[in-house]
Design a protein. Structure first.
Length: 168
């Protein structure tokens, strides 16, 4: 998906995406959900994990059709998604929600920006709702790190999760 820019990624980020599938990564994460009354419903639709600090984290990456399946576990909460390339963009199905991302290499990491979103496979959601989504893969202290921070204009903070992973 990144073309020649893939070679400019930091070692741990490049390694995670170049490791033959299936593969397993372990690490730790911190998760904080927002407090708006809609957060539990929205989190259930996207199958987002619950709050937690220093949660043991596991991600199993495997092939799935023409893409990948990412089976994450934050503590005891699973979060599984399916990812695939579509016309130069990355799509991710997460529960009842499908995201389309534009990927950009920046400072050795990958920034994911939301282009389009659908609910239930066919209901388009306004792109302006997702301008407050920040997703970043990076390298810090010799580790692969991740950050997902989702703020919606009409509900405020939905979820923020960040942490690190190492290959097993």
């Amino acid at each position: 998906m990144l073309g020649p820019a893939f070679a400019t990624l930091a070692g741990p980020v490049r390694a995670l995406h170049a490791t033959p599938l299936p593969c397993r990564y372990l690490g730790q994460a911190r998760i904080e959900r927002g407090r708006h009354w809609l957060v539990p419903l929205l989190a259930a639709l996207a199958r987002l994990p619950h709050n937690g600090d220093a949660l043991p984290t596991e991600v199993l990456f495997s092939a799935h059709g023409q893409g990948e399946r990412w089976a994450r576990r934050f503590g005891r909460w699973p979060m599984v998604s399916r990812l695939w390339a579509h016309q130069g963009y990355l799509r991710e199905q997460l529960g009842a929600v499908c995201f389309e991302f534009n990927l950009q290499v920046r400072e050795g990491g990958i920034d994911w920006s939301v282009r389009r979103v659908w609910a239930f496979g066919c209901v388009p959601l306004p792109a302006r709702w997702f301008g407050g989504v920040c997703c970043r893969e990076a390298w810090h202290e010799q580790r692969y790190t991740f950050l997902v921070d989702v703020t919606l204009p009409w509900a405020g903070a939905l979820i923020r999760y960040e942490g690190w992973l190492e290959p097993q």
